[in-house]
Design a protein around this ligand. Structure first.
Ligand SMILES: *Cc1c(COP(=O)(O)O)cnc(C)c1O
Length: 409
């Protein structure tokens, strides 16, 4: 019999706040009701604010992040088009694989798992492409498999440096709503997210924002598509409806999830993720285990991927943590299967929740025979969180003012 709560520390799905959960527990409603646009139109406008775009259009498709990738590709490109991508983890690998399977010509720069986007390699490929045959540049903002974040602004700079007209598509599935994402500033043409990570919902929605340039490209794209057609969706969205039955409970949940992000203030959300991640990294350092991410500039604030010693199998460790302590950790995927385990620290989370996960990891590491002084990693995190709280100590009433200041205009 299970007692207490299970610990969900995979990097998606993430914990669902109670008010979001309650908002989804509704009687089924009429998705063609006359007053639905009063709900849908502001919701779409607020999704765009989370992506930091005023010119981009938010689109919500039933599906997951993977569907978002497919929608981006099939709406804007033409059969056989050349796309530039880099693979450095399981998710970037899968996106490249999708490009291949959909018949695009894939220029793939392989980087070591644990590194970020090879911006110099992108710059070279773009500079060499004098006749502009590359139609889209694909970038994985946060590689969830390795706990690596890359600088999308640098990718944009590499494109602009040679005036390359390709579109920029970004996978922000495990970053948007948790790590700063600036669609307009970086001139991202399509940003893809999903509901079950930073948006704190069940899986089921592909959440996209599409630039005017990508919308224009979609008018000339000859790829076959139907369910994920931007134009069909946008036409009905404009009126506050959908071209087919939308998952209303998820949309009601999304409303409350975005309200929460707004109330906390996006900058505070990002700062919280950074703080929680930093404490996790302090614990890992105290355990003496290396991160999969090779350099601090790539450390992810939403997921930490940790390498286990040679004699330990990370899959067995994860299994043990689950059966012994009801703690779910992220598995090592693809190339790093068995070598890496991951702690997801995104979404609705605070210090105490994360300390419970770090405690469970530490016990599991000890049980696996790894030589750690009990409390070492948890102690390092405790000390970090304690000092971080003291540094930012402020009366509660100021926090409300801050939230108002930082909430969306
Ligand atoms: C989770 C994730 C995806 C998409 O996965 P789905 O299971 O289809 O939602 C894509 N990219 C990244 C970086 C992810 O973390």
């Amino acid at each position: 019999m299970l007692t207490g709560q299970k610990g969900l520390f995979v990097p998606g799905p993430t914990n669902i706040p109670h008010d979001v959960q309650r908002a989804m527990n509704i009687s089924m409603e009429d998705h063609r009701a006359p007053d639905l646009p009063d709900f849908i139109l502001p919701l779409l406008a607020d999704v765009a604010k989370v992506f930091k775009t005023t010119s981009g259009q938010a689109l919500l498709f039933p599906g997951s992040g993977t569907a978002g990738w497919e929608a981006a590709l099939t709406n804007t490109l033409n059969p056989g088009d050349k796309v530039l991508i880099s693979t450095f983890g399981q998710f970037s690998h899968l996106w490249a694989d999708m490009c291949q399977r959909m018949g695009f010509e894939v220029v793939c720069i392989e980087a070591a798992w644990g590194e970020g986007i090879p911006v110099a390699g992108y710059a070279q490929a773009l500079a060499d492409d004098k006749s502009h045959t590359i139609k889209a540049v694909l970038a994985t903002h946060n590689e969830t498999a390795t706990g690596v974040s890359s600088d999308i602004g640098e990718v944009r700079e590499a494109m602009d440096a040679v005036n390359h007209p390709a579109m920029l598509f970004v996978d922000g599935v495990s970053s948007i709503g948790s790590i700063d994402f600036r669609m307009d500033q970086w001139k991202v043409d399509i940003a893809v997210s999903g509901s079950q990570k930073g948006f704190m919902l069940p899986a089921g929605l592909a959440i996209l924002c599409v630039s005017e340039k990508a919308t224009e490209a979609s008018r000339h794209s000859k790829m076959h598509r139907c369910y994920f057609d931007f134009a069909d969706m946008a036409k009905l969205n404009e009126q506050g409806y959908f071209p087919y039955t939308p998952p209303m409970p998820l949309l009601r949940g999304l409303r409350v999830a975005i309200d929460r992000l707004m109330e906390e203030g996006l900058d505070n959300v990002f700062a919280r993720h950074h703080r929680l991640a930093e404490g996790t990294r302090q614990a890992v350092a105290a355990w003496g285990l290396p991160l999969c991410a090779k350099k601090p500039e790539w450390y992810s604030d939403t997921v930490t991927a940790i390498c286990v010693p040679e004699h330990v199998n990370s899959s067995a460790l994860i299994k043990h943590a689950y059966s012994q302590y009801q703690l779910s950790l992220g598995a090592g995927l693809g190339q790093v299967a068995g070598r890496v385990f991951r702690i997801g620290h995104l979404g609705d989370l605070n210090e105490l929740m994360l300390l419970s996960a770090l405690g469970g990891v530490e016990m599991s590491l000890l049980n696996a025979g790894i030589d750690i002084e009990p409390g070492k990693g948890v102690g390092a995190a405790i000390e970090f969180y304690r000092q971080a709280a003291q540094a930012s100590d402020q009366p509660v009433e100021n926090k409300q003012q801050n939230a108002e200041k930082l909430a969306f205009a």
